[in-house]
Design a protein around this ligand. Sequence first.
Ligand SMILES: *Cc1c(COP(=O)(O)O)cnc(C)c1O
Length: 296
Amino acid sequence: MMKIIDQLNIKIDENLFLKPEYKTDTQISGNKYRKLKYNLLEAQANNCKTLLTFGGAYSNHIAAVAYAGKKYGFETIGVIRGEELMNKWHDNPTLFSAQKHGMKLKFVSRDVYRNKANNDFVETLKKEFGDFNLIAEGGTNNLAVKGCEEILTSVDSEFDFICCPVGTGGTISGLINSSKSHQKILGFPALKGDFLKQDIRKFAKKNNWDLINDYHFGGYAKINEELICFINSFKEKNDIPLDPIYTGKMMYGIFDLMKNGYFPENSKILAIHTGGLQGIEGMNKKLERNKMTLIL
Ligand SMILES: *Cc1c(COP(=O)(O)O)cnc(C)c1O
């Protein structure tokens, strides 16, 4: 079950290396795989057959749960934000492939979605679907953090800085917990908001970390031509794809910080490529409608 093969770091330049977590599986974003691993083992141990989770229309987490469910023998249910998608999900590559992998999709309004964690709503879902193992939006919980503690291995202790994108904070928490005290973990939030630090403190056992809030490009899933250009030239130069929501923004940020002398001379930096590549197709559909440059 969920054997994750650690990948060799890839050299980008003299001081910057990349850990290609996106290569752990073609369908599941690297960090989503890590986050699901112990949750699925627990579900199996509890003899639970069904997983239910929440997400938006382009969610890597929804894609990962649907695929993992098919691969490891769970029924899956995805509660999706936005009633308007009910008749349009065929046009959305993430939802289309989730459904293809056997996920039942339930579309709810943004109001209902906002209150998704409340007991009444969960009870309604149990009446509709029977018993299930609930996995939180984005998949962050103690077991997810435990899975992310396995991203860094002993060879990574040579790095001074470890950088990763941040959504709900589970991934960075795992990195912090397994880092060495001489290392600094830098998170690049993909969204605006001050709540993240508190969320990370719930899981992180050390203080050797910080968030760099300057590279969210206006908020979650917001992008512009400059970011697309950066992602495309990075791909041409290194033959490594970046996604527009997480890893593209982080890498843009790292390059910008390097240019501005943020890192002390000769610092060794490791960037965690957390995956998310399944989201490119959906984003490109949006870009095409808006007559913008497409992501390679
Ligand atoms: C979900 C996701 C993240 C954020 O992970 P969190 O644990 O929620 O902070 C980063 N990168 C990619 C590609 C993701 O899919």
